[in-house]
Design a protein around this ligand. Structure first.
Ligand code: PLP
Ligand code: COI
Length: 338
């Protein structure tokens, strides 16, 4: 294993030894190629550059205390990428090809998988781009699917700690019937300004209400929202949020732990009734929310300076399953290195 200061890693890019690639030409996917080049040789008129024909995924590999390396629910990431492909007219990557490439890139870069104790993980970034030249607005005929990995520390400084968020009304991440349910780069471009403003004002992240009426809760930047009250896990249902695999897993874990689960529109006023609230996602894991400010109304929703008991229980159970220390009764993890 590389001798790196794993415990002090930030959530950023670090060069590793290999990435894996597969090209789509003449209506079919080719062979998997292994590359050590960090760069792409891309046509200047490629559709990914001009018309945003680009999709990505995010997942992690965990070095576990039993010595094995596991990845979490990669079939779900494959299925979400397939949904994104249908959404922006790209050829689907089969679950089989996706999983084979994930396993390969993790095994090839195993020296870079952080130690268990460090709390850092190996972030896996699948990327699918339209590569053929097109000036009219049409889908490409050729694509490149690649996966790179990079060791990462916590998404928010301080790891499992509560952070403040701020509601933004002047910016939408995605339109009500737009691409919000797909993991496409354009949604993140649309979020950059709101995110920068939130950071400037001292918040961990921006918080979105629904873009049509600004009445319902959507997402917490690049993570889903959940609230806890009266022994119930509540999470928004909306046409413009990314279906988070972490959130889907937490809904099941919540049920397993004896909570009721509700996925439904969450009006902003209801925020006042939650005992605990958090952001959840692959990068964020669970990031409890300390308070949420609505600067337009002057309202502050308080959820506690420290993570609440249910957030902690959900976090510990999710991490335990991912690291193989709690029974994986739903069959969510895959051992990629024995
Ligand atoms: N919402 C957005 C906008 C995201 O970028 C992410 C990150 O992937 C999530 C939610 C969380 O999804 P997941 O739990 O599948 O990582
Ligand atoms: C993730 O949680 O995997 C994300 O995609 C969040 C962000 C790094 C884009």
């Amino acid at each position: 294993m590389k001798e790196l200061d794993w415990a002090n890693l930030s959530f950023g890019y670090m060069k590793t030894d290999y990435n894996v690639r597969c090209n789509y030409r003449d209506g079919k996917w080719g062979e998997i190629e292994v590359s050590s080049d960090e760069y792409l040789n891309l046509h200047m008129a490629a559709t990914c550059l001009h018309y945003g024909q680009e999709a990505f995924e995010g997942m992690k590999a965990y070095r576990c205390p039993d010595g094995k390396v596991r990845v979490f629910r990669m079939d779900e990431n494959a299925a979400r990428l397939q949904s994104t492909c249908r959404g922006i007219m790209m050829p689907e990557v089969s679950t089989e090809l996706f999983e084979e490439m994930v396993k390969k890139v993790v095994r090839l870069n195993q020296e870079y998988i952080p130690t268990y104790e460090s709390g850092a993980t190996l972030y896996i970034r699948p990327l699918l781009i339209g590569t053929s030249a097109q000036v009219g607005v049409h889908p490409a005929s050729e694509y490149c699917f690649l996966i790179f990995v990079t060791p990462v520390g916590p998404y928010f400084k301080g790891g499992f700690a509560s952070n403040p968020y701020v509601i933004v009304r002047d910016y939408d991440r995605a339109a009500p019937l737009g691409t919000g349910t797909y993991k496409v780069g354009g949604n993140y471009a649309a979020s950059l300004k709101a995110n920068a403003i939130a950071h400037e004002k001292g918040y961990a992240s921006e918080f979105y209400l629904d873009s049509k009426e600004k009445k319902y809760v959507d997402e917490c930047g690049a993570a889903n929202f959940f609230g806890i009250k009266n022994n119930t896990y509540v999470t928004p249902k909306s046409t413009s949020i990314l279906p988070s695999i972490t959130n889907k897993s937490l809904m099941q874990i919540a049920e397993d732990l004896g909570l009721k689960v509700e996925r439904r529109p969450v009006p902003e006023e209801e925020l006042d009734t939650f005992e605990e609230a958090g952001a959840c996602g692959t990068a964020a894991v669970i990031s409890p929310i300390s308070y949420l400010d609505d600067l337009d109304t002057g309202k502050r929703y308080n959820f506690g300076e420290k993570p609440g008991p249910w957030s902690k229980k959900l976090y510990d159970t999710l991490r335990g399953i991912q690291y193989g220390t709690i029974e994986d009764k739903h069959g969510w993890t895959t051992v990629v290195i024995e």
